[in-house]
Design a binder for this molecule. Structure first.
Ligand SMILES: Cc1cc2nc3c(=O)[nH]c(=O)nc-3n(C[C@H](O)[C@H](O)[C@H](O)COP(=O)(O)OP(=O)(O)OC[C@H]3O[C@@H](n4cnc5c(N)ncnc54)[C@H](O)[C@@H]3O)c2cc1C
Length: 417
C-alpha cells in the first residue's frame, strides 16, 4: 500500500448513513473508501440492533414524501442482494385525539394518501388485542409501516458496496482531516487523500469536524433500549403481525414512547422512551440514568397488560440530536468538497431555540424548550445515502434540502440576537 492512497471520495463512519452513502458512490463508479473506527459489526454507535421501525407516518410532509422513494430503495436493495430486510406490520399511532401532534400525524397520512385505518374505542381491541387505548386518545394505523432488520441491512449494504469495488476498512480511527482541493485524511494506521469527503460519524461528528474548524449544535443522548417479557409467549409476536406503535404523547409523559413486536428476543417486546441523558460517546456506559424506565413501567402497566412491567433486557444506543430535531445534510460552510450527514436520531415538532454554531472551535450553546421528538434516522438510510452522494458529487439534490441546511442554526442565532 502506498503511503498516501488516493480516492474520489472518503466516507468516515460505517453506520447506516455512511454505508449507504458509500454504496451510492460505488454505484456511480467513484473510487470510494469507507472508514470505520471499530471492528465491524459493533454496538458502540447508533445503527446496531436487530430491528428498527420503518413508516411513512410523520408530522411533516417532507419526511413522508422522502419515505415514498425510500421504500423503493429498500426493496431494490433486498432484490439486488436476495435478502429480506423488511417485514410489514403496520404502525399504530396513538395520542390525545385533539392534540396538535396527533392531528399532524393523521393529517400527513391523509394528505399524502398513505394507506391508513382509523380506530376508535369501540373497535380498538378487535384490531389490536392485548393493548389498552387510553381515554381521550385517538388511534390511526399507517398500514405501510413495519420492521427493518437493522443489523442485516447494515451488513447487506456494506457487502454490496464491496461487491461494487468499494473499499471498507474497519479498526481505523480517523485522527485528522486537512481540508483543501485534495483532502488529506489521517487514520490510526494510514494517510489517505480524496477529492471529496463525507462525514457521517454519528455521535462523534463534532470530534471530527473540529479538525475543519466547525462545531455543530449536536446533543448526544444515551437511550436505554428495553425489552419486556410477554406473560403468554406469542401475544405480541411479529409473526402474528402485532404492529409497531408510537405514542405521540400521553398520561405518562409529553414525549414519545414507541414499541416493536417481539422478534429479536423470543417472547420480548422492545419498548423505549425517546428521551435519554446526555453522554460522551466514548464513555456511554458511565451514564446510568434510568428515569426513562420508570416512565416506561407506568406505560406498560397501563397499556400492555400482557407484559411483565419490568424490563427483562436493557441495552443501550445513542441518539444524536439537532436543536430542531431535523437532520443535517449539507456542504461544510467553508469547504464545499466536505459534506456532512448528522443529527439523525430525532424528529421534532415544536422548538424554541437559541443556538450558536460557529466555524471556530467554540462550544455550541443552545437553549432548548419543550420538544416532542422521536428516533427516526435508520429508515432514511437509502435516501440519505443518495442525497449525500449527490452533494459530494456537486449534483443538484433530488429533494429540497432547505430543512436540513446548517445555515438554519446561524439564521436562528441572528434572529434571536
Ligand atoms: C434506541 C434507538 C432506536 C432507534 N429506533 C429507530 C427506528 O425505529 N427507526 C429509525 O428509522 N431509526 C431509529 N433510530 C435512529 C437510527 O438508528 C440512527 O439515526 C442511525 O442509526 C444513525 O446512523 P449514523 O450512521 O448517523 O450513526 P452511527 O450508526 O453511530 O455511525 C457512525 C459511525 O461512525 C464511526 N466513527 C465515528 N468517529 C469515527 C472516526 N474518528 N473514525 C472512523 N469512524 C468513526 C462510528 O464508530 C460509527 O460506526 C434509533 C436509534 C436508537 C439509538
Amino acid at each position: 500500500m502506498s503511503a498516501q492512497e488516493e480516492f474520489d471520495c472518503i466516507v468516515i463512519g460505517a453506520g447506516v448513513q455512511g454505508s449507504f452513502t458509500a454504496y451510492q458512490l460505488a454505484q456511480r463508479r467513484r473510487r470510494t473508501l469507507l472508514l470505520e473506527q471499530f471492528v465491524l459489526p459493533h454496538t458502540r454507535g447508533s445503527s446496531h440492533g436487530q430491528t428498527r421501525i420503518i413508516r411513512k407516518a410523520y408530522e411533516q410532509d417532507f419526511y413522508t414524501q422522502m419515505m415514498q422513494e425510500c421504500y423503493e430503495l429498500w426493496a431494490q436493495l433486498e432484490k439486488e442482494a436476495g435478502v429480506k430486510l423488511y417485514r410489514q406490520t403496520g404502525l399504530l399511532v396513538m395520542g390525545p385525539e385533539q392534540s396538535s401532534n396527533f392531528q399532524m400525524f393523521r393529517n400527513t397520512l391523509v394528505k399524502n394518501k398513505v394507506p391508513m385505518v382509523t380506530l376508535n374505542h369501540g373497535n380498538f381491541s378487535q384490531h389490536i388485542p392485548n393493548m389498552v387505548l387510553a381515554a381521550g386518545d385517538g388511534a390511526v394505523v399507517d398500514v405501510t409501516a413495519g420492521v427493518l432488520y437493522a443489523d442485516r441491512a447494515l451488513k447487506t449494504v456494506q457487502e454490496q458496496f464491496q461487491k461494487l469495488g468499494g473499499i471498507l476498512r474497519d479498526k481505523e480511527r480517523v485522527t485528522d482531516i486537512k481540508p483543501g482541493a485534495v483532502i488529506t485524511v489521517t487514520t490510526s494506521s494510514h494517510v489517505y487523500q480524496a477529492k471529496s469527503l463525507v462525514v457521517t460519524a454519528g455521535p462523534w461528528a463534532n470530534r471530527l469536524l473540529v479538525h475543519t474548524g466547525l462545531n455543530l449544535p449536536l446533543e448526544v443522548l444515551k437511550i436505554n433500549v428495553c425489552y419486556w417479557r410477554e406473560k403468554f409467549p406469542g401475544s405480541y409476536n411479529v409473526e402474528r403481525r402485532f404492529p409497531c406503535f408510537l405514542l405521540t404523547e400521553g398520561e405518562e409523559s409529553k414525549e414519545h414512547i414507541y414499541g416493536l413486536p417481539s422478534n429479536e428476543y423470543p417472547g420480548m417486546m422492545k419498548i423505549c422512551y425517546h428521551i435519554g441523558s446526555g453522554t460522551d460517546p466514548d464513555f456511554r456506559d458511565q451514564q446510568t440514568d434510568r428515569s426513562d424506565i420508570d416512565i416506561l413501567q407506568r406505560f406498560v402497566s397501563r397499556s400492555l397488560p400482557g407484559l411483565f412491567p419490568e424490563p427483562a433486557v436493557v441495552e443501550s444506543c445513542m441518539y444524536t440530536m439537532t436543536p430542531d430535531r431535523h437532520f443535517i445534510l449539507d456542504h461544510h460552510p467553508s469547504y464545499r468538497n466536505i459534506v456532512i450527514g448528522a443529527g439523525f436520531s430525532g424528529n421534532g415538532t415544536r422548538s424554541n431555540l437559541l443556538v450558536d454554531v460557529s466555524t471556530s472551535l467554540q462550544t455550541a450553546t443552545m437553549l432548548l424548550f419543550h420538544l416532542c421528538h422521536d428516533c427516526h434516522g435508520f429508515k432514511f438510510g437509502p435516501i440519505v445515502g443518495k442525497l449525500l452522494c449527490e452533494l459530494s458529487q456537486g449534483d443538484v439534490p433530488s429533494y429540497d434540502l432547505s430543512p436540513f441546511r446548517i445555515s438554519r442554526f446561524l439564521d436562528k442565532t441572528k434572529s434571536a440576537l
